[in-house]
Design a protein around this ligand. Structure first.
Ligand code: GLN
Length: 254
């Protein structure tokens, strides 16, 4: 059963942004739920109401969502959401094509691609929203990551056996400055198509990289209200400090 929670801002609300977290039980490891908490709290701080929907397999899907989040999971967790993903897949694909912002981490990133061939030989078909293909390996890619993106350096932590290759013309999320990224070889990390971001970065990603949260929320707010995003001024000293330290540790002074 899906659950829904409404988080209102302290003052008058500028509008309600519906955020759907896909499969929180099966697909939320290494703190990925923190991404949903970060988005919801930031939506409130910007003066909007956050309607947070935790979507479980088999529940009616909220195709009116303004923002989607999906986390990582074991290969077994990915297999458990396959049936529901197949059912909601066409809706997700048309929402993605329409520009709905989505952040898909690790296991869900793999399932938003064309397919995931696991290390045990299982073939998990993907949604094909991102033109990427993943193959499991015996060697896991584990450790801290720093990626150069259009929002500056983004930091996180990766742990995956899947090695992902981008299709020709598929834009990455960013360029690896430290860590493995998609496959440890071609210097790419994640994938981005319209407002859909797939990435291997756990951490969770968003609390340490609030500029990515704001980019997603800006599009979601425009979709929710039909008007421009009206952000509140915000400073993020702790996040900036945490990210800056990680960047300095991984890639030196910048
Ligand atoms: N099961 C996938 C892999 O190991 C995803 C892991 C994850 O989400 N951290 O490649």
């Amino acid at each position: 059963m899906s659950t829904t929670e409404l988080l209102a801002p302290d003052g008058p609300s500028k509008g309600t942004i519906t955020l759907v977290h896909l499969y929180p039980r099966e697909m939320s490891i290494y703190g990925d739920r923190g991404n949903t908490h970060a988005l919801a709290s930031r939506i409130r701080r910007h003066g909007y109401t956050a309607e947070v929907v935790l979507h479980d397999p088999g529940s009616p899907f909220r195709d009116d969502a303004h923002l989607l989040m999906g986390g990582g999971g074991q290969d077994s967790g990915q297999a458990r959401v396959e049936a529901d993903l197949e059912a909601v897949g066409p809706t997700l694909a048309s929402m993605a094509a329409d520009g709905v912002p989505m952040l898909m981490i690790c296991g869900m990133y793999q399932l938003f691609g064309n397919s995931f061939h696991t290390v045990t030989g299982q073939e998990l078909p993907g949604l094909g929203i991102l033109d990427v293909t993943t193959r499991g390996n015996d060697k896991r890619m584990v450790g801290p990551v720093c990626v150069e993106t259009e929002w500056g350096p983004v930091v996180g932590y990766e742990n995956h056996s899947g090695s992902t290759v981008l299709g020709e013309g598929q834009q990455p999320f960013g360029r690896v400055l430290a860590g493995y990224g998609n496959n440890g070889e071609d210097g790419t990390e994640g994938a981005r198509t319209r407002n859909v971001i797939g990435t291997y970065l756990h951490g969770p990603l968003l609390p340490a990289n609030p500029m990515v949260s704001d980019a997603l929320i800006a599009v979601a707010a425009e979709r929710a209200t039909g008007g421009p995003f009206e952000p509140e001024p915000m400073s993020d000293p702790l996040a900036d400090e945490a990210r800056g330290r990680q960047v300095r540790r991984l890639v030196g002074t910048r």
